[in-house]
Design a binder for this molecule. Structure first.
Ligand code: SF4
Length: 374
């Protein structure tokens, strides 16, 4: 298949669905039944959204269940970090720039959106290069870019800092909240009550990091992995490949999304990330707690561009409200509809938890497509 229409073709989707039903039926027969449904984690919020949007969950046999993973960076942004953003943005000398989806994430004292309504100079940008342009236009101000996201957005942040240095810009800073995918998945797989049978690996992150990092999941944790695209045909085909591995007792990394994801990833992007960022030490993830070896920061030679060094924001961890079940949803221990706040206290218009903020968050996707089931 080559064009997007082909990946949305109902006949092809039907054929793939029939093949999944046939294979799952064979597994059930061969094993005399399954103790519980197969749990397949789609790591990325983009997959969650596609699954609900196209009704893929309704096309599957009851023995296959999706678990929505932690691959939405906004959803794992700790509340204390949002407070730090607001405190930075409220400084009179600062222009705070951010991607739009971070604007509504609630902190202890409101979001960046509420801070902007109260007068802070906060500007939404589409790219860190837009933030750099603002710094050049306002040499008398300190421009902070909030760098958030997995390896998908890290290269752009790295290249922008390299550009800022090349252009001699000294009023541009990165407030780094970048995160890397593998420490999260390793932490998830290390938890005794998490029972995931296979992973639909995120296409966008894989485009940068390639297939190799997922070998930990297949080789050490003995779980099948398929790097998968985002169209319905992609997801059904990726799922079929996963179930084939399960049926054959194989655990390997396969790539359904070869039209976008090279085996080795993007070498230029990897080099830019390595030159600017280092991953070391523990960091806090909302809903998941503190995860070892997951802290991404700027290398010492980039300190002059580090908002952390320049403004020294106070880092006060803030505990999640005990009623919110964000962490349990992120680890597949419950569904969004099981959270007592879902749809009443917590809605997309008035998000209480971060999974309701971004359209890629599992709770926002449930609210949009499966609200009536809750
Ligand atoms: S409904 Fe809101 S509070 Fe509950 S798990 Fe989802 S995002 Fe968290």
């Amino acid at each position: 298949m080559k064009y997007v229409d082909e990946f949305r073709d109902p006949d092809k989707a039907r054929t793939l669905t029939q093949e999944i039903h046939r294979l799952v039926g064979r597994i059930v027969r061969d094993r005399g039944g399954l103790e519980r449904p197969l749990q397949i984690m789609e790591v990325c919020g983009g997959h969650t959204h596609s699954i609900f949007r196209y009704g893929i969950h309704q096309m599957l046999p009851p023995e296959v269940e999706f678990v929505h993973g932690p691959g939405c960076p906004v959803c794992v942004l700790p509340m204390g970090r949002v407070d730090d953003c607001v405190a930075l943005a409220e400084r009179p000398e600062v222009i705070f720039t951010t991607f739009g989806d971070a604007m509504r994430v609630p902190g202890r004292n409101g979001s960046l959106l509420t801070a902007r309504q109260q007068g802070a100079d906060i500007r939404m940008v589409w790219s860190p290069l837009d933030a750099l342009a603002i710094a050049k236009q306002h040499p008398d101000r300190q421009v902070v870019f909030f760098g958030i996201g997995f390896e998908t957005t890290m290269p752009a942040s790295a290249i922008t800092l390299q550009q800022a240095r090349a252009d001699g810009v000294n009023n541009f800073f990165l407030f780094c909240q970048h995160i890397t995918l593998m420490p999260t998945l390793k932490s998830l797989l290390g938890q005794p009550d998490v029972r995931i049978d296979g992973f639909i690996a995120p296409g966008h992150v894989s485009m940068v990091i390639g297939e190799q990092p997922f070998a930990y999941i297949s080789d050490v944790c003995h779980k099948p992995v398929v790097v998968t695209g985002f169209e319905p045909g992609d997801i059904l085909q990726g799922l079929l490949m996963l179930i084939e591995q399960y049926a054959d007792g194989r655990c390997t990394v396969e790539n359904q999304y070869r039209r976008v994801v090279p085996e080795q990833g993007n070498g230029l992007a990897q080099r830019a990330m390595d030159q600017v960022f280092v991953t070391e030490g523990a960091s806090e993830w909302r809903g998941l707690g503190v995860i070892d070896d997951s802290r991404v920061s700027l290398r010492p030679e980039w300190r002059a561009f580090d908002a952390e060094q320049r403004f020294n924001p106070q880092q006060h961890p803030v505990a999640d409200d005990p009623r919110a079940r964000c962490g349990a949803v992120l680890t597949g221990r419950c569904k969004p509809g099981d959270c007592p706040l879902f749809g009443n206290v917590c809605t997309p218009e008035n998000a209480f938890g971060a999974l309701m903020v971004s359209s890629e968050g599992a709770c926002a996707a449930w609210y949009q497509y499966r609200r009536s089931e809750a």
